[in-house]
Ligand binder design. Structure first.
Ligand SMILES: [Zn+2]
Length: 322
């Protein structure tokens, strides 16, 4: 992997270079897109409908998007920068965050033009995903001479961790011949506490400290009262299958179909998804009592799973049905 000051100096050359120049939006700002956005977001603000409607400010990037049909690529500078990172082994990419500023409302009929500049390339950073460089681009969106808003977008181009990067790990022929490992959970700022708990073999449920409502999956705010403060309670580990599916197809390499995936209702009332084990897949039923266990799938992946507490018998099923 290419490193060192000379390499970083080559990356820094791209700071300030253009990633897009005077590119027009694919459509003028328009009422149907605004309506669809508001419906998808559940945003009923009256400012976004009627004869004097403005577009929701957070739609800013939507007017610059190229859609599924794509469009002309970025400038040479942006492609070159990403190519330079690819060549050095930083082949993975993840969008990390964006910041927007709103300076002038957009209204139906406005035709936007945007410029984009490579604002910065970070120093080399090591993250949980791997080592790489943050690339920040800033888009300026204009209507005629007026700046309507700015959209600053940051990605991490990184070299994914390999087995050799793990403590004590070294790839062997046997490793490569083994079944691919399971997909990793996507850990972010909002759910990191949940996965840290799982690592310690504790299943943590988020609790709003304003109104006491429990929630799962983990979110920044309370859906009951909007409160932002929270703590956690540890799940007892008791639950029942609220609903389930049996996966037959498609066969993902890391899994052995058929297998049952349950939506488990915990004794505490929240529901979460996990594999239902300890019973043949075709014996999983709604209402099946299950208990939490933690299963280690490989040296770094621990997942909560749900083990059946009894094998349902046909007799019981008939009794329930009569
Ligand atoms: Zn609350």
């Amino acid at each position: 992997m290419e490193t060192g000051e000379a390499y970083e100096a080559r990356l820094k050359v791209y700071e300030g270079q253009r990633a897009a120049v005077a590119r027009p939006g694919k459509d003028p700002v328009n009422t149907p897109m605004i309506r669809h956005w508001c419906e998808a977001m559940g945003d009923t603000n009256p400012a976004y409908s009627g004869p004097d409607a403005i577009a929701p400010p957070t739609m800013l990037q939507a007017w610059t998007m190229s859609g599924l049909s794509g469009q002309t690529r970025g400038t040479h500078a942006y492609d070159e920068l990403l190519g330079l990172l690819d060549e050095a082994g930083y082949t993975s990419v993840v969008a990390t965050d964006c910041e927007q500023e709103y300076l002038r409302p957009l209204r139906p009929g406005d035709e936007i033009i945007y410029d984009s500049v490579i604002e910065s390339v970070s120093e080399k950073k090591t993250t949980k995903l791997g080592t790489g460089y943050f690339v920040t681009t800033r888009m300026d969106i204009r209507v005629g001479p007026d700046l309507a808003g700015t959209h600053r977008f940051r990605i991490l181009k990184y070299a994914p961790l390999r087995p050799t990067d793990r403590p004590g790990g070294s790839p062997t022929r046997r490793d490569r011949a083994q079944k691919p490992s399971r997909p990793r959970p996507v850990v972010n700022r909002d759910n990191a506490g949940f996965w840290e708990g799982v690592q310690r073999r504790r299943l943590l449920i988020q609790r709003c400290t304003t109104c006491g409502t429990l929630r799962h999956p983990w979110l920044p705010g309370c859906h009951a009262c909007g409160g932002l403060d929270w703590d956690t309670v540890e799940a007892s580990g008791e639950g029942t299958v609220y609903s389930y599916v049996v996966m037959h197809h498609p066969p993902f390499p890391a899994f052995d179909p058929p297998y049952a995936v349950g939506l488990v209702e915990l004794a505490e009332g929240v529901r979460m998804i996990g594999n239902v084990l300890g019973v043949p897949y075709d014996k999983v039923r709604i209402g099946l009592p299950v208990r939490l266990e933690f299963r280690e799938y490989d040296e770094e992946l621990v997942l909560p799973v749900w083990c059946a507490q009894e094998v349902p018998e046909m007799q019981e099923t008939r009794e329930v049905g009569t």
